[in-house]
Design a protein. Structure first.
Length: 401
């Protein structure tokens, strides 16, 4: 077999799609053609594979390119003052009800020039590139009007079009109530105008919502989900972050690809998610910054066989974190994820949470050749250390970036 590129002399964590664990191959090799993996195994089993280019990895470690399945990367303004306010005793809910939080970011984002939004987001994206991330999800939700939401989603599409990163765009119109709209009027806008428009213009891959006492009720989210599925868009949900509001069960009922946060999710809600294949996305950054007293029910997720993913939840207020490695580290320390669970949470299970598991997230034949190569002696070093990533190469669709 002749291929375009062949990486040899490398230890590989394949993160298999349909098996537990990391699928370690020592002294392995990977072959790619036309941007896709065509062979993976030990060097001893390579046979007569030839390549236009052969790369000796020098005994380094290789994993799938990392995947951040939950970010709010595109925004304007700064909410660092909220950190000090929370330290002084104000809660997230108090700040939100007083016009801070999401609404504060809404005002700044509406006032921003689209070119400035793109430049700021492009600059932030470099932090994920430096950590071996090859796929990222970006949500809207800081415009909460027609023009700004579309501008944010166009920015996400433009970032993906550069070829630096695979970008999944998510419409999060049901993020917060804009103060300049009546509640019923805004839900009409989201469900009857924005979702059909976004689907028609191919601006998003999924629709998200925030089901919480300070955001939207389960009945309102059901309406959003019905509109999304009617127009062929996948759904996902910010669920049970601050209270147990039945968000996990609601996400499962609509076949959501993921339910995220889940600090207060019930065991029955988790079981319903597992039965429908809805991925549980844990977000330790927000848990840490908000000093939440209750951690997501990881043990219940394991018992139910619910796939667990990890995201940064990068946003300007409640999770100002631009490191997926740190998020995985925190998921282990704060939530009790195992080493294997954390790695699968930022590779194959994160791909599942984006509906992309057939395309990326594992090193298996047929998938896109999305790789991260690490200058480490042990794979544990990648997640154990906090600070600059020991990244050697980042590869998307078979090409070095």
């Amino acid at each position: 077999m002749h291929c375009d590129r062949l990486w040899t002399h490398v230890h590989i964590a394949t993160c298999p799609t349909d098996a537990a664990g990391l699928g370690i191959i020592h002294d392995g090799a990977i072959a790619a053609k036309d941007g896709r993996i065509v062979w993976c195994g030990t060097r001893a089993a390579m046979g007569d594979i030839t390549a236009a280019e052969t790369i000796d990895c020098g005994g380094r470690w290789m994993t799938p390119g990392l995947i951040d399945c939950h970010t709010h990367l595109i925004f304007a303004g700064d909410r660092s003052d909220e950190f000090a306010r929370r330290l002084a005793g104000e809660s997230y809910a108090d700040i939100a009800r007083g016009g801070g939080g999401i609404v504060a970011s809404m005002r700044a984002t509406r006032a921003a020039d689209p070119a400035a939004l793109y430049d700021a987001a492009s600059h932030r994206l470099a932090a994920w590139e430096a950590e071996g991330v090859t796929t990222i999800e970006i949500k809207s939700g800081y415009g909460l009007d027609v023009d700004t939401e579309r501008a944010v989603l166009r920015t996400a599409r433009a970032l993906g079009a550069t070829g630096r990163m695979r970008v999944a765009a998510t419409y999060l119109g049901a993020h917060a109530m804009p103060p300049d709209r009546a509640r019923a009027e805004y839900l009409d806008l989201v469900c009857d105008h924005m979702i059909p428009l976004i689907a028609r213009e191919d601006l998003a891959d999924a629709v998200d919502g925030f089901c919480e006492t300070i955001a939207f009720t389960p009945a309102e989210i059901e309406r959003v989900f019905t509109a999304a599925t009617t127009h062929g868009l996948a759904v996902k949900l910010h669920a049970d972050q601050l209270t147990e509001g039945g968000g996990a069960a609601l996400a499962a009922r609509y076949g959501a690809i993921s339910a995220d946060h889940l600090e207060y999710a019930s065991e029955s809600g988790i079981a319903a998610m597992a039965a429908r294949g809805t991925v549980a996305v844990v977000l330790p950054g927000a848990y840490y910054v908000l000093r939440e007293p209750t951690a997501p029910p990881v043990a219940a997720m394991r018992r139910a066989g619910c796939a667990i993913a990890v995201g940064t939840d990068c946003n300007p207020g409640t999770s100002p974190i631009m490191s997926l490695r740190l998020s995985a580290h925190m998921a282990c320390v704060l939530f009790g994820l195992t080493f294997d669970e954390a790695w699968r949470g930022i590779t194959i299970n994160a791909a599942r949470a984006l509906g992309m598991a057939s395309e990326t997230g594992s090193i298996v034949e047929g998938k896109s050749c999305d790789l991260a190569i690490w200058s480490v002696d042990s794979l544990a070093e990648v997640l154990a250390w906090i600070g600059p990533a020991p990244l050697y190469r980042r590869i998307l669709k078979g090409n070095d970036l």
